[in-house]
Design a protein around this ligand. Sequence first.
Ligand code: FAD
Ligand code: NAP
Length: 554
Amino acid sequence: MSNSATSAPSAHPTKLPHQVDVLVVGAGFAGLYLLHRMRGLGLSAIALEAASGVGGTWYWNRYPGARCDVESMQYSYSVFDDLQDEWCWSELYSGQPEILRYANHVADRYDLRRDIFLNTRVSAAHFAADTHRWQVTTESGAKVRAQFVVMATGCLSTARTPDFDGLETFAGDTYHTGNWPHTQVDFSGRRVGIIGTGSSAIQAIPVIAAEASHVTVFQRTPNYSIPSRNGPMSDAYDKQWKDDYAALRTLARQSNNGIVMERNEHGAMDVSPEERVRVYEARWAAGGTQFMGSFNDLAINADSNETASEFVRDQIREIVKDAATAELLAPKGYAIGTKRICVDTQYFETFNRDNVRLVDVRNAPIERFDETGLVTGGDHYAFDCIIFATGFDAMTGTLNAIDIRGRDAAELRERWEAGPRTYLGLSVAGFPNMFLITGPGSPSVLSNMMVSIEQHVDFITDLLVHMRDRDLAVVEAGTDAQENWVQHVNDVAQKTLYPRAASWYMGANIPGKPRVFLPYIGGVGKYRKICIDVATNGYKGFAFEEDRTLARAG
Ligand code: FAD
Ligand code: NAP
């Protein structure tokens, strides 16, 4: 099929209703699917979206080179059979414009737009115990009452620019990868500074370097990155997936990280050094995140992990011609995978270009900005424009930006002062009838997010059916269940190497943010089983109430 909308798109509404059954915050992949499922239950549901379009991540992150790093055949909805059979991705890892087109196609195909309010940022959500309703307030002061509120607000949706001294005095253009302009940015003939070397920077740098007159990359921590080996989608590969989609999607749901990949069931130290290198070379040649499946103990055994880390360092040393630059780019002091693994197209090769320079800001942090550029290590660097690829206040930043109050007007951000506490990453004690999609304490960012989003949306949908069948109107996570879950999330994390790295998974990228491991690392398949067990045991851990005020509340 041609990947364009099949029906005339309906318009977005402008007049907010006074009251709905379900109010969804966000219209990314999570919000879109939620709206679809809520409607399927016959509930009145709307989504409020801060952006002027749908697509979430893929609406905001329009920087050059932005693309998925989970293969498109897998980074797509699995719940719409016709859609997944008909949609043809053009590349193995599709670019941002194509993924955004896909999100828009979904909005049109399932007629979702008529219930999505754009340019509508939610500023507050307060639970009223007397009516058992949430009062949701938008930035412009409009109010909507809802029985249920679902925060589909995204884990990586609050872009963060560090508080650099004098930043406001810089006279050139500044950009953040996570809030990129909608018009083409022309870098030709310009001197560009890029701050950061995470996944976003690693994708953007090669593309921008090919256009700009000069690029200076300011690196605080080098990252492990695996070549994607991206290319056009072949008919054969497309067919291979589509012929067996149902079974493969099931495998993904049962897997550790929501991705179908060949996993080696041996530990790295169980094989000979020659065999180890053979495995790493094959995985490096195949490309992508499946490199982390080279052996089954890379996340838990420091010695095993070191063999993979050193292999990647050696690849960098081989690719980058200048030995000092190569050494600076070679990550040390933390285990591969414990900061989000990156996937690139010609990233390390880009440092062989004459117009690219790497500056270490680990030992000499950026001191200040001025009208023409910035100062680090006593040197001044002049730029026409500066790009912040400095990441996000991940997992909690977007939720804490909303004034969320539950029972007794308790503030969520206050409850989470020492780190987020949730039951299953989707519900919070004291905040009845509020759900989080891929919230802290769920596999979320450690997984193919499409798999985790669908699982959460389906869980919530089933829970609402359970309530409807029993005339229940209020659901809330129990405190004990929540505390046990938080303990479990921490216990599992501590068995791995992950908490040892200063990563955004640990909140380490935000000064003052509590250092707790935010996602659940027990695995997507295991987590799904736990959720099924919770559901089949009468949603154990949740407390329910009938609502005698329902008739009064209307
Ligand atoms: P989002 O897409 O973040 O959508 C949340 C929406 O909520 C946003 O549109 C936001 O504007 C809106 N919102 C937030 N707060 C408010 C508010 N107060 N009021 C109203 N609206 C609000 N994951 C993968 O699995 N594979 C990948 O390859 C991958 N690549 C990524 C690449 C980039 C550049 C980034 C940043 C993330 C990537 N991710 C990837 C993670 C990605 O965020 C998820 O895959 C997925 O898109 C999240 O969908 P979502 O709907 O949960 O959240
Ligand atoms: P990120 O991984 O948090 O990277 C931010 C970068 O900015 C890091 O290199 C960080 O250094 C640096 N930085 C932050 N503050 C700094 C300061 N004051 N001075 C100097 N450097 C500073 O953010 P991201 O690259 O936007 O990626 C975030 C996540 O989004 C990814 O991990 C991934 O989950 C997702 N993503 C995926 C893809 C994809 O390939 N599909 C692409 C982009 C994003 P430190 O490491 O030292 O903190």
